[in-house]
Design a protein. Sequence first.
Length: 143
Amino acid sequence: MTNSLQKRANILQDRFGLKIASYLSSGAADLPYDISERLRAARAQAIFQRKIAKTETAGNVVNAGGAATLTWGSSDDGLNWWSRIASVLPLIALVVGLLVINSIQDDNRAQELAEVDVALLTDELPPDAFADPGFVQFLKATR
């Protein structure tokens, strides 16, 4: 929608510029030679000095299948790579954080299992008693 409005605005600007140029050109035929030469030189100088606007494509939001994604805008300067790297750094930090949390949880789980093993092995009951179904029924009945 925005692109079509921009294209229409550009077309209208071009038409307006062409109308003004035609009015100026038709009026320039009635001017003396020295004034028309100065105008021609001024036009050439203005065309030479005009700045061409550098267009950059902004990032687009694409909605596909109910999931919106943000695309990268295309740019030719080197700063774009730095912005891409800077936008990926939080993702890298998140992944590293998740890996550290996973490692700590694994260590904690191993330590808990080791404590249970120590408690079973140092208890007065042999470990085979806990595997006996009759002992489990005895424990449930005594509670």
